[in-house]
Design a protein around this ligand. Sequence first.
Ligand SMILES: [Ca+2]
Ligand SMILES: [Ca+2]
Length: 259
Amino acid sequence: MKEFLLILFCFLIVNLQFLENSNAANVLIENFENAKIDDWLIFDELDKNLSWKGPSDWSLKKEGIEGVGLYQGANLWGDPTDTIPIGSIIIYSKLKWSDFILEADALTKDNDSMGIVWRFKDLTEHYRFITLQSNLDGGESGPWRKLEVRLGRGKGEKLPFYETIKTEKGKSYTPGTLTHWKLEVRGNTFSVEVDGKKSLFGKDNRYQEPGYIGFTISSQQGVFFDNLLVTDLLSVEKANLISSTWAKLKVAYRQEISQ
Ligand SMILES: [Ca+2]
Ligand SMILES: [Ca+2]
């Protein structure tokens, strides 16, 4: 019996080492059914930069896309000249990524702006994919999709808050219809697919450090995000340097897929 247990023990050790040394991708799956809203951090734009003031109204809510989803119910928007849509950002605060593939579903009744943020450090340092259905009084009328980099750290940088990397004109989303986003971030290249079709491709070198991912809205009242899937594109070893919580995450993922 002792010999058997010893052999079993060695077998498990070898297998664990194999798993740790593999370059299998780490995956975050969040369908929000058992999510904690405290794991998400909200960054509303400063009131002085908004025309319709905050606060935002983020919560976990049912009856959106599929079961519970991440919901935003306030109509805050800016900037004061209505040129560049800003409002609120929510980020997942437990992990950071630099290179990854992110997929998510979005559904809204409204017709303003929504999207994804990445390499997020704070309101003045991040990237975003944002899509607008309707018009801006002082800015480029929708529908459009854009890749943008946040300004605010450089000398003299202020309005209009974002610099556009790439625009796709004439396409956005349909209010009341689910839209699926796929964002791939590799080094300084960013590519977006919407509903399985190629959309934006852009490059920027400004922010290269790992950062948080999340969602952004401007004047988007009654919007759900759900079925978030983030696949890390770095090796396990490198990812472990970024966050020690990966190990827990991998265990949770294995449990989820084995059910
Ligand atoms: Ca859900
Ligand atoms: Ca609105």
